[in-house]
Design a protein around this ligand. Structure first.
Ligand code: SAM
Length: 342
């Protein structure tokens, strides 16, 4: 007879998961990995460079080693620490693959705001900057230039892999024009335009964001092929292009608003046009996409009515908006593109 040993390990790992989370967030905040990209360093050098106290110096570095973010050769004073390959690719500032922007935003904002989860679960109300004044997410972030730039860098960093994946996996050749609604710093339009020289593109976002996108597009040498347009996608008409994309947009809004945006996209598209949403689409049984489900909780913390959704939810809204069929294209990790054909 086999007996299954039941242990509380998973419960404790998850319950105290913020220890690991905050250790990594602190390393990113202190920019440890950028310092280590030039080669292995001793703890004493790290202490000096990052301005750390000696008390927990080795605990901090050895915890990062045990968590799999640093490699350690040698012991104590003689030990030298270096980045793992993963960290060196994704957490060294200045690399195009940097995803630390999202982690810095998590450290500055989400870490605190998730402390209000029980309250959010009881009230259904966001727990971020909007909590006291009732200011919607984007107004609150955009009132502060540093927060705006941090938010845009965070979004672009985590989405790069998905932007490259959709450029690879979706066939853009039958279409001539493309608009990214809520295009933020222009990153998606830049990736799609580079891969598809035949396409003319628009990156559409709120007026505070447009100059940042325009600058990035100029710097990418694509100003002749990507236009920026400022506006409010609820108040203004959508540009008329063959493809309308919305990446991490629908999840910010309540069901009625999601349907409104999809109806506006349908109305702006030509007969054979397509609407593509990129999102952490939850599996239809709502059992597996843990990241998508937690992102939905994050939308509770961050927005008035936003939530993540399943392909079945999207299909229902697409039919209401008038689209004829829907296709799901897995991208990277928990993210997918969900395509609605007019
Ligand atoms: C969660 S971010 C997603 C950014 C980007 N598409 C991505 O995938 O990373 C939402 C974007 O929608 C924009 N946005 C929010 N409300 C908007 C509105 N009413 N009209 C136009 N853009 C809006 C924000 O400025 C922001 O860039």
């Amino acid at each position: 007879m086999t007996t299954t040993q039941v242990t509380p390990s998973k419960i404790m790992d998850t319950g105290l998961g913020f220890w690991a989370s905050k250790t990594l967030l602190a390393a990113v905040e202190l920019d440890l990995f950028t310092f280590l990209t030039n080669g292995p360093r001793k703890a004493a050098e790290i202490k000096m460079e990052l301005g750390l106290h000696e008390r927990a110096l080795y605990d901090f570095l050895d915890t990062l080693t045990a968590l799999g973010f640093l490699i350690k050769e040698g012991k104590k004073d003689a030990a030298k620490y270096s980045n793992t390959g993963e960290v060196d690719t994704f957490l060294v500032k200045g690399r195009p693959t940097y995803v630390g922007g999202m982690l810095q935003m998590a450290n500055h904002r989400l870490y605190r705001y998730w402390g209000g989860l029980e309250k959010a679960l009881k009230t259904g109300r966001p727990q971020n900057e909007a909590r006291f004044g009732g200011t919607p997410l984007f107004d609150a972030i955009y009132a502060n230039q540093a927060a705006l730039e941090e938010f845009l860098t965070a979004m672009a960093g985590i989405q790069q892999c998905n932007f490259r994946a959709i450029a690879e996996k979706f066939d853009f050749t039958p279409y001539t024009s493309f608009c990214d609604m809520g295009g933020a710093d222009g990153s998606l339009a830049i990736v799609i335009a580079r891969k598809n020289p035949h396409l003319s593109c628009i990156s559409f976002d709120l007026p505070a964001v447009e100059p940042i996108a325009a600058k990035n597009i100029r710097e990418a040498g694509l100003a002749r092929r990507i236009m920026t347009q400022d506006g409010d996608f609820f108040k203004d008409d959508f540009p008329h292009t063959d493809i309308i994309m919305m990446s991490n947009i629908l999840h910010d809004w309540a069901e009625e608003e999601k349907i409104t945006l999809m109806k506006k996209a349908w109305a702006a598209l030509p007969e054979d046009g397509v609407f593509i949403a990129i999102e952490n689409v939850i599996d239809n049984d709502r059992k597996e996409n843990t990241f998508g489900l937690m992102m939905s909780l994050n939308m509770l913390i961050e927005t008035n009515g936003g939530f993540e959704y399943t392909a079945e939810d999207f299909e229902k809204w697409a039919a209401l908006a008038g689209f004829s069929r829907v296709e799901l294209i897995p991208l990277t990790g928990p993210a997918s593109a969900i395509v609605a054909y007019k």
